[in-house]
Design a protein around this ligand. Structure first.
Ligand code: PBG
Length: 324
């Protein structure tokens, strides 16, 4: 035998030399859930280890993450039904607890890279990401609401706006309003290829944001398609996105690779709630090793071409690296 690939695997030091992909805490964004009020830390049944925080306890949690080296956070608000309406008006009320919390986080920790979510669902009595009329999700009428929401978030000091709604044209529409309003430095991480996925279930439990009727298939992508991801990638690039995201990540590693091969913008992967919960459920049953599963999953996303990973494992991974 002339070729023996095992020679490059014979010791840890050699394996390290030939290792192609590496993962770092610097690649990660930690998604966190915010509720109104004070002194709250509420467990989410379907996401062991993940909580809904009020702003005071969230600041403490962010501080402990910073001590572990995590610098980027994506904050999602959970609103009570009493504050939801058909036009998501609470989303751009400057006194709403979400915007106040974003402001507070940037004030206390200016070094943090703060990302926000743009979509109507947390504030919508219909539970959809866009405006609903006669059972249909309206596209162009939704853009104005999304842009107002983005402007309010930019004004609160957010570094990266994250449109997760999948309306056509929203990146350009948001970019234009931000620029006109002087927020030329506010970035946009577009949810470029966001699939209509079962793996968002635990997230919707966390935010109580399940659609009140139907599903999201008229705006989120069909899991059978990858060419459509290229169309979305072209549009988002032209419209001024700074990052292209693929979501979920694990069942769409091919899409991550496809976008990374075709586009120069950094690719982000969203390791979503259901992907996290599947691991935690098997760990609880003693069927799988938590740390090794976490490492292999995150590494696979980087190997596929993601530069950035949004993951509920962020804090655990950082603690693992510290302890090693
Ligand atoms: C809402 C939104 C969702 C997620 C992020 N933003 C859920 C959805 O589209 O229904 C899912 C994140 C996760 O599952 O971790 N626009």
């Amino acid at each position: 035998m002339n070729r023996r690939p095992r020679r490059n695997r014979k010791s840890e030091s050699i394996r390290n030399l030939v290792e192609e992909t590496s993962l770092s805490v610097k690649d990660l964004i930690f998604p966190m859930f915010l509720v109104d009020g004070a002194n709250k830390k509420i467990a989410i049944d379907s996401m062991p280890g993940i909580y809904r925080y009020s702003i005071d306890t969230m600041l403490g949690e962010i501080e402990s993450c910073l001590n572990l080296g995590i610098l980027a956070f994506d904050i999602f608000p959970a609103y009570p039904d009493s504050l939801k309406d058909t036009v998501a008006s609470e989303s751009y009320n400057p006194e709403t607890f979400y915007l106040k919390a974003l402001r507070e986080i940037k004030k206390q920790f200016p070094e943090v890279c703060l990302m926000s979510d743009v979509a109507m669902d947390p504030y919508s009595s219909d539970g959809h990401d866009g405006l609903v009329k006669d059972g249909k999700i309206l596209n162009d009428e939704t853009l104005e609401i999304l842009a107002r929401m983005s402007l309010a978030q930019a004004d609160a000091g957010v570094d990266i706006i994250g449109p997760s709604d999948m309306m056509d044209g929203r990146v350009g529409y948001i970019r234009e309003l931000l620029d006109k309003s002087g927020f030329t430095d506010t970035s946009i991480m577009s949810y470029t290829a966001k699939y209509a996925s079962v793996f968002y279930g635990p997230f919707r439990d966390a935010l109580d944001s399940t659609p009140k009727f139907g599903d999201k298939k008229t705006y989120q992508m069909n899991p059978a398609n990858s060419k459509e991801a290229l169309i979305e990638g072209e549009l988002d690039t032209e419209e001024g996105a700074d990052f292209l995201m693929v979501k979920p990540a694990l069942s769409y590693l091919d899409v991550i690779k496809l976008l990374n091969d075709r586009f120069s913008l950094p690719i982000a992967a969203y390791n979503v709630s259901g992907e996290y919960s599947m691991v935690k459920a098997s760990v609880e049953r003693g069927w799988i090793d938590n740390d090794r599963a976490m490492l292999e999953i995150l590494l696979s996303m980087k190997r596929a071409g993601a530069k950035v990973i949004l993951t509920y494992f962020a804090k655990e991974y950082a603690a693992y690296c510290k302890g090693r």
